[in-house]
Design a protein around this ligand. Structure first.
Ligand SMILES: [Zn+2]
Ligand SMILES: [Zn+2]
Length: 313
């Protein structure tokens, strides 16, 4: 078993495997794109061949229509496929519906690219699973011992203490659906109203068998009737609603915490925190860790001479 130091490299188009000419979550349109999940920073339009899970295809199609891909090659979890001599397998990443880690096997060596992943329970996506690999290629957005994510249930329960209608800002794909499900479960007195841009995403979830619980399309008159509404809106709408009177404004964010006041934030992250990353390393049991998106410095310090940590970005 030999680890190829240049099996995955960073180019101007994104994360590249030159041994089989494919990109992982390319930032520019390319010939062969393996896409881990549908968030816009991982799934751009205009690629020729796209390899992804069925839900990822549906979300990309919703956003990009016909420019989503020339050809979609769909693979289910644990169904190996081949690109240029590399065997690839999607493994559930627990990040949003359809999100996948990408296991790549080449000449007997296993490389596992995590994409975005999370370990907190989330009934709106497939639970994360683990595979052993020789190289763990992990996102390191929150790879800092100071970052420990709070329990999302505790965050959602804060809604129960608010006695006015609530304007809740959140990303429309993935985060919003997780919030709807959590509100139905842990703040059941609240009624969820949904911005029209979020509705088609909900419909994909429901159609694929992920029931979110109760919610309805926002209507202007509804909020005047009573005070138990939570109106879920995407970030751009949230920011334009500054003048809403008698409405508590909250933003659901994974970031702790940049410009926003703690009291105005539900701290709910769809990424791994420091302890989660250490768990991932235990599960994958790699000889090397390559880091992306963030800061690998703390991991390098933590593992010292025990595991080689290489910072790719
Ligand atoms: Zn993501
Ligand atoms: Zn991301």
């Amino acid at each position: 078993m030999t680890i190829l130091d240049d099996f995955i490299i960073i180019t101007s188009n994104g994360i590249y495997c030159k041994y089989a000419d494919f990109y992982l979550d390319p930032q520019q349109p390319v010939a062969n794109a393996v896409i881990s999940h549908a968030h816009a920073d991982h799934a751009v339009s205009g690629n020729k061949e796209v390899y992804c899970t069925q839900p990822t295809k549906e979300f990309m199609y919703l956003r990009y229509h016909r420019s989503a891909a020339q050809v979609f090659n769909i693979a289910g979890y644990h169904q190996p496929f081949n690109i240029g001599g590399v065997t690839l397998t999607f493994i559930p990443a627990g990040h949003m519906l359809g999100s996948a880690m990408i296991l790549m096997e080449y000449k007997g060596t296993k490389y596992l690219y995590t994409g975005d992943y999370k370990m907190q329970p989330d009934a709106t996506c497939e639970p994360i699973e683990w595979m052993k690999a020789d190289v763990l290629i992990t996102e390191s957005t929150f790879a800092d011992p100071d970052v420990i994510h709070p329990d999302p249930v505790g965050e959602i329960k804060k809604l129960n203490d608010i006695n006015s209608n609530i304007l809740l800002g959140a990303y429309g794909m993935g985060k919003s659906q997780r919030l709807i499900k959590l509100i139905n479960e842990y703040a059941p007195r609240k009624k969820v109203l949904v911005h029209h841009k979020i509705m088609p995403v909900n419909q994909i979830y429901e159609r694929l068998g992920f029931k979110l619980g109760g919610y309805q399309l926002y209507g202007r008159k509804l909020m005047k009737e009573q005070k138990e509404f939570v109106y879920l809106v995407p970030p751009f709408t949230f920011n334009s609603y500054i003048k809403a009177i008698g409405v508590k404004r909250l933003f659901a964010s994974g970031w702790n915490n940049l410009q926003v006041n703690r009291n105005d934030t539900l701290f709910i992250s769809d990424h791994v925190d420091w302890n989660d990353i250490l768990t991932a390393v235990q599960q994958v049991d790699p000889q090397q860790i390559w880091t992306l998106h963030g800061n690998g410095r703390h991991l390098k310090e933590h593992f010292g001479d025990n595991i080689v940590v290489k910072i790719l970005n």
